[in-house]
Design a protein around this ligand. Structure first.
Ligand code: C2E
Ligand code: MG
Ligand code: MG
Length: 595
């Protein structure tokens, strides 16, 4: 028996899908009850013209479809759609719904008429998303898990093939002492710590970096674009500082630490597992150097090719392994050649390359900020050594020590406080300390620098402009800064014996310094001719190979013992430490004898 139109209607109204028949002009010829639910009740007659402003179609990236891409347009252009998944939102982007759209030409309609069905699949999509999250995320912290992490790493490797030259880093973070927290405070507290740590690490990274919890107390980070290997180290240090901040758990401060293994990529890696394994290996190597907290997997291609990075890594380790040394170069009173003090000059006893001069590592220390810890080490070591010598050799009780400070150190807000702490820790008399800074420091931060220099001076420290004449060479600004002394650059002394103009400059610098009430030190005195010239100019102090090269502390001691006789028996006098007519057998190269 044929069904009546009412029966058809109620069958269609009972369907879970929206069913619409639309003619070639865009008029809705038929819509069932469900269509009115999905599109709002009542559905406008001309859906094409009235509907577009009220709702929008988005693809699964949430990108709005343009007019020709909408299902209606495509169907009317004769296409057939089969359960195409799209997102439908209201005109004001409210009420997003996932829908599956199917359709094609409407049977029994003139050309251009279409029938389409739309199924609301939002509940299914939400379930799918939850399952995906479960499968790819760590339940405790909500971070990506190992599977998702490895998936992201393989995408990164694929991307690297398209963009050769990209430098990436994979960091493997393993917590130290987490087991102690778990055992003593219970798993609940341990979990709290992991959750908090997860969000701290996340906040310390950029949104585009991937952070995952691999399991237990292991986390991993993928950084897909870093400028240099040093940046990976900087990130590791930043993450470590986040880990070592105390955790407030059960009304107490809980401290943990982390070991971070770094493997740079993409290198030759063709599998994400191998890359992760190398970061893991690097992490295990830290156990041999507990103070450092991070380690770079060093057989990776990048490291072998990057000498600068090797140097940086080595220098960081030099600081923690105690490979830095100070050599001391005597500074003498030119008129009578007695030693008045030393300049402390840093060297690096490199494990394979031998003793390195500052030119080989100071520039990189400046670039990476390592000059700051290095500079503090130098100051403390120089003060400590001077105190030892002072108590051992009374003749040295008035000797000064000059320490070089980099402009980077002057950007530290606690510079004055640190200097004060070092002086009180070592017990060294501030009046015997000279700080050498180059003209660059003054130009770089002249606003704040004056205050700092005045504070240092108020402590009794003497201030000296180093390498004078190489920078801005302007005496005019000097009176703005509270300097005690000018150190004329070697280049002026070098040529003064041949170049009359240089000699004239030298002469006027000495004279102007006097007018400003500053002492003058000449550096780089290598020949007796230099010496005679400076003596004639009545320059007070000098330093150079003619008197002595910079020497290791034991060589300095041996030289002094020789000059002063038995040190404990000798009282200081202006001439006892004279260098005149005495060879220095301990110099790292022969010292010229004065005529
Ligand atoms: P500077 O402060 O101007 O130190 C003087 C440099 O001249 C030293 O080189 C010294 O060995 C060298 N010199 C001394 N007398 C003569 C001479 O008669 N002839 C020649 N040709 N050279 C002479 P060094 O030890 O290689 O240090 C080079 C520079 O490295 C220093 O120049 C200073 O700018 C920097 N430096 C050294 N130690 C430190 C430090 O602890 N901290 C900082 N920030 N810089 C340092
Ligand atoms: Mg110097
Ligand atoms: Mg100098």
């Amino acid at each position: 028996m044929p069904l009546s139109p009412q029966i058809y209607r109620s069958i269609l109204d009972g369907l879970h899908e929206a069913v619409l028949v639309i003619d070639a002009e865009g008029y809705v010829c038929f819509s069932n009850a469900r269509a009115n639910v999905i599109f709002g009740d009542p559905l406008g007659e001309n859906w094409r013209s009235s509907g577009d402003a009220q709702r929008q179609w988005l693809d699964h990236h949430l990108r709005p479809l343009n007019a020709s891409e909408t299902p209606l347009e495509r169907l009317q252009a004769g296409q057939v759609l089969q359960a195409e998944e799209l997102i439908l939102v209201d005109g004001d982007h409210q009420n997003p719904r996932w829908v599956a759209v199917s359709g094609g030409p409407a049977p029994g309609q003139p050309a251009g008429g279409i029938v389409l069905t739309i199924q609301d699949i939002s509940p299914y999509k939400h379930r799918e998303a939850a399952l995906l999250k479960q499968a790819f995320h760590d339940e405790l912290t909500g971070l990506p898990n190992r599977s998702l992490f490895l998936d992201r790493v393989s995408h990164a490797l694929a991307r690297a093939q398209e963009h050769p030259g990209l430098l990436m880093a994979l960091l493997f973070i393993d917590l130290d002492r987490f087991k102690v927290v778990n055992d003593n405070l219970g798993h609940g507290v341990g979990n709290q710590l992991l959750i908090e740590l997860g969000s701290r690490l996340r906040a310390a990274l950029r949104p585009e970096d991937t952070l995952a919890r691999l399991g237990g107390d292991e986390f991993a980070v993928l950084i897909e674009d870093i400028p240099t290997g040093s940046s990976a180290i900087a990130i590791a240090e930043q993450l470590r500082s986040v880990v070592t901040q105390p955790f407030q758990l059960q009304a107490q401060d809980v401290y943990i630490d982390a070991s971070i293994g770094i493997a740079l990529g993409p290198g030759n890696y063709d599998s994400p597992d191998l890359w992760l394994r190398d970061a893991d290996t690097a992490m295990y190597q830290i156990k041999d150097m507990p103070t450092q907290g991070w380690h770079i997997f060093d057989s990776s291609l990048q490291i072998q090719q990057d000498q600068r990075l090797q140097l940086e890594i080595g220098l960081r380790q030099a600081l923690t392994k105690g490979e830095l040394r100070l050599h001391y170069q005597p500074i003498v009173t030119i008129s009578n050649q007695t030693i008045t003090g030393f300049e402390a000059l840093v060297r690096w006893q490199h494990p394979t390359r031998g003793l390195l001069p500052p030119v080989d590592f100071i520039p990189i220390a400046e670039e990476t900020g390592l000059i700051i810890p290095l500079g503090w080490w130098v100051l403390e070591e120089a003060c400590r050594q001077m105190q030892i010598w002072t108590s051992k050799y009374p003749a040295m009780a008035a000797f000064t020590v000059s320490v070089n400070m980099s402009s980077k150190q002057f950007t530290q807000p606690n510079l004055v406080q640190n200097v004060g702490e070092i002086l009180s820790r070592t017990g060294f008399d501030p009046h015997r300390l000279k700080i050498e800074i180059t003209e660059g420091v003054l130009i770089d931060n002249s606003d704040t620098i004056i205050t700092i220099l005045h504070q240092l001076k108020a402590m009794g420290i003497q201030l000296l402009v180093d390498d004078f004449g190489t920078g801005y060479s302007s005496l005019s600004y000097l009176h703005r800064f509270p300097f005690d002394c000018l150190k004329i650059d070697r280049s002026f002394i070098e040529n003064a014996d041949q170049d009359f103009e240089k000699l004239e400059i030298l002469q006027s610098v000495v004279r102007l310094a006097w007018n400003l009430g500053l002492d003058v030190v000449a550096e780089g005195i290598e020949t007796s001719k230099h010496y005679a010239q400076l003596k004639a100019l009545r320059c007070e102090l000098g330093q150079g190979y003619l008197f002595s090269r910079p020497l290791a502390p034991d060589a300095i001691e041996a030289m002094l013992v020789e000059r002063l006789g038995h040190p404990l028996a000798v009282q200081p006098s202006p001439s006892v430490s004279t260098l005149q007519n005495s060879a220095t057998p301990y110099a790292d190269s022969p010292t010229t004898q004065l005529p």
